[in-house]
Design a binder for this molecule. Structure first.
Ligand code: MSP
Length: 530
């Protein structure tokens, strides 16, 4: 079988990739839920950079709205101060964790305010905004009027609190006019919303939900002044979701930034399942109203639960990424998040399962392969990558595993199935470990007649490690760079490309390798009691 890899270098330079995280509310510290989406985005953007694409990652904070205003009121602080405080917490956390965002946007940034106002004016001028009186059940947690479906026993299902009855004259975006084309669009683009269960959910929302009508996009200043003023009525500010969604355009220089068109056409949104409706219904219709097409994909993930409850500030069961970093190293935690959650489904977090994962995959499998290969290269080949003899069937198996790992990575990353992408890549580490067991270089080295076999074995393992270091770089940026550095390939690793640099046989002969401390030390759990 031929090599199934595409060669990114031969692809047109115009290939682009743009990934967004939701922008986080500035009323809480970053927790496992925020960290998950951010890490998925970071992994995807690193992967697309590895493919040589013009790639951009946007993250940031959602600062307007009643929720944030309420926190400031409770604390007796200026709302700007509270917003900045939490926005800084997010930015500092992502910086400390090595997240490679291209822009960190705040909805209080001046360019964002200007874009929101110009879009509001455009939609207003197009006759898609109307002034009306409205009465309904408003949930401050959700920042919107609830429909029957959103409530159970008179309480908001997500926030378990009673909504307030509100009557107000407000501006409405005539969103329901757009539902017929939106339903058709979703039918005709079966992977626009993925995984499939969420697409079906949106289609049934559009078909059945009685309360899903037009979108109230204003708040009277008499009640809330914390927001972006409507350009056509200074007595109102813009509804926080209408403002927030637009960040995805501001972030890449809408309307006439040099990369706007290219990046918008390659946009991948990542969102948790609780914010499906604004992203799958409000947002595409807003975009249509200003003549833009929807994002390429809306990728929807489930919740991380702790003790079977959603992680949230109100329940006090948040898991801090910074504490996880201190305790286990961030890359181990990051690996767990990416490997253990089936993208789209809920997952359960516990430190026991985290430790079990780290020990099995990182310490035993990958870590062992690195230390065994480099120790033996030191002992039996003077620390240099030796020249191999002819490849036999066992060597061919490792080579084939490397090719399959590349193909599996490509296949699963294009579908945002990161857990499966990692599984494919780790099959190469499994295969290389099995190969070492079979070839037993520690025994073969005692027999001078097997000297060539030992060189071949070490070469094969070093080459498998080199390829692994590239394939793992989107998932484990620091540790993969460390593997490359120990192989004497730090410089090559920096600019490596998927395809041309992951073909078997690329490792230079004779380069000096370096063993080192265990890459992922085994984590011993609670001491034995007896
Ligand atoms: N500000 C809005 C998003 C606006 S995007 C234009 C918002 N912010 S949030 O801070 O409340 O949540 C941000 C994201 O974190 C959401 O995608 C949400 O699903 C995700 N998570 C919050 N808790 C979560 C878990 N326990 N597990 C996984 N993700 C969850 O919503």
């Amino acid at each position: 079988m031929g090599n199934p890899m595409r060669d990114p270098a031969s692809e047109p330079m115009s290939k682009a990739f743009y990934v967004t995280t939701p922008i986080y509310y500035v009323n809480a510290e970053p927790h496992i839920g925020h960290t998950y989406t951010t890490v998925v985005a970071d992994t995807l953007v690193r992967y697309h950079r590895l493919c040589g694409e013009n790639s951009f990652m946007l993250t940031g904070t959602d600062e307007h709205g009643e929720k944030v205003f309420e926190v400031a009121e409770e604390r007796g602080l200026p709302v700007e101060e509270v917003a900045k405080h939490y926005s800084d917490r997010f930015r500092e956390a992502w910086d400390a964790l090595g997240i490679s965002y291209d822009r960190f946007i705040r909805t209080t940034d001046p360019d964002h305010k200007q874009v929101v106002q110009s879009i509001l004016q455009q939609v207003y001028d197009a006759g898609e905004i109307e002034f009306r009186e409205y009465e309904g059940d408003y949930c401050v947690g959700c920042e919107r009027f609830l429909t029957e479906r959103d409530m159970k026993d008179g309480l908001c299902i997500d926030h378990e609190r009673a909504p307030e009855a509100r009557k107000e004259a407000n501006y409405f975006f005539k969103m329901s006019d757009h539902f017929p084309w939106l339903a058709d669009y979703i039918q005709e683009h079966p992977d626009f919303i993925r995984p499939e269960r969420y697409r079906n959910e949106v289609l049934s929302m559009l078909r059945e939900e009685s309360g899903l009508g037009d979108l109230c996009i204003s708040r009277p200043k008499s009640r809330l002044h914390w927001g972006i003023e409507l350009p056509f009525d200074p007595d109102y500010v813009c509804y926080v979701w209408f403002d927030a969604l637009i960040n995805y355009l501001t972030g890449i220089g809408y309307p006439d930034g040099p990369d706007f068109e290219t990046l918008w056409g390659a946009c991948e949104h990542l969102v948790g399942k609780d914010i499906l409706k604004p992203h799958a219904v409000f947002w595409p219709t807003m975009l249509r109203a200003i003549g833009l097409s929807p994002a390429r994909h809306l990728n929807v993930h489930g919740y991380w639960n702790v003790d079977n409850k959603k992680v949230s500030k109100s329940l006090g069961n948040m898991i801090s990424p910074l504490i996880m970093q201190e305790r286990y190293g961030f890359e181990a935690f990051r690996y767990f998040l990416l490997r253990d959650m089936v993208f789209g489904l809920d997952s359960s977090f516990s430190e026991e399962s985290l430790v079990a994962r780290i020990n099995a995959d990182l310490a035993n499998n990958l870590g062992n392969l690195v230390s065994r290969t480099l120790n033996m290269t030191k002992r039996f080949a003077e620390g240099r990558v030796p020249e191999p003899g002819p490849a036999e069937e066992p060597e061919e198996r490792v080579r084939k595993a490397a090719e399959e790992a590349v193909a599996g990575l490509q296949r699963h990353m294009s579908r945002t199935e990161l857990h499966r992408a990692l599984e494919s890549v780790f099959q190469l580490a499994d295969e290389a470990n099995r190969y070492l067991e079979e070839r037993e270089p520690w025994k073969a080295a005692k027999d001078p007649e097997l000297a060539e076999r030992v060189r071949t074995t070490l070469y094969t393992c070093c080459e498998a490690l080199r390829i692994l270091s590239i394939l793992l770089s989107p998932f484990l940026p620091e540790k993969s760079a460390e593997i490359a550095a120990r192989l004497g390939l730090a410089d090559a690793h920096e600019g490596a490309r998927l395809g041309e640099d992951t073909r078997w046989g690329g490792i230079p002969l004779g380069i000096e390798t370096r063993k080192g401390d265990p890459l992922f030390p085994r984590i011993e759990t609670a001491p034995e009691t007896d």
